[in-house]
Design a protein around this ligand. Sequence first.
Ligand code: SAM
Length: 293
Amino acid sequence: MSEHREHDDGKGREKGPHRVGQVKEVTSLANPIVKDIKALAQKKTRDETRTFIAEGLKLVIDALELGWTIRTLVYAKAAKGKSQVEQVAARTFAKGGLVLEVSEKVMSAITRRDNPQMVIGVFEQRYRPLKELRPGRGETYVALDRVRDPGNLGTIIRTADAAGASGVILVGDTTDPFSLETVRATMGSVFAVPVTKTSLADFLRWKKDAGVQVVATHLAGAVDYRTIDYAKKPVVLLMGNEQAGIPDELAREADALARIPQAGRADSLNLAIATGIMLFEARRHLLSLEASE
Ligand code: SAM
């Protein structure tokens, strides 16, 4: 890491010119760079800058390893000198990024937490365009119809990763996969699972030519989810909105309407739980088929 350091003067004004490869020490919440990073808590700013925050040294290392572009690395004073932090800082500089060393107060303000992580990274957002999705044999995707809850979306991305799914497709107006809450809930899988964003009309158009079977999950589904042939064609598991479920016009377009039989008094399963059950059923089916070939 560069030996050069520069300081702010406590009022957000920098002393000395900014040079590439310099760690910038910041203690003031009024610092304009800190203000910009804090603003990434708002979707509007994330959309405008096409960046987002990932918290934790492990996540930042994983992201860099997977080729994501870092714009700014921020670490707490207490993490100074740790060899992994130094390495990540060097990689950030090598990519032309900025490195900030901040007080714990600044770190708490950025992450909105009392016990913040020691390291955060500001990364460029990345979506995989729908037209690039060409599902092949044995592949499984999850499509989410207007998912609203950040915790659900993050958990689904994490579960899709663990189940070996090839991607998550966000259909219609959904919660932001790059919000602090969603990224936290993904536990790093946001960097491993390609996410696609599309309208309902484009999704239906894509589905016609993609050679996939869309298995929609529905409380009134005619088919028990365990009886579906998940190996027949690449699978898209279509999951409904938390409140409304899958609308009729979308259900009509599905190749199968699958139901997870329930016991007890609960009306339905939580969306992320239902997605996990479907993903691992498809995986179990595909793995047992592979073993028998
Ligand atoms: N009130 C909504 C409805 O009538 O569909 C409940 C939606 S549920 C909380 C969210 C999504 O999880 C559903 O749209 C469906 O995709 C999936 N889901 C939950 N429980 C399910 C079950 N027992 N069988 C199939 N899908 C289920």
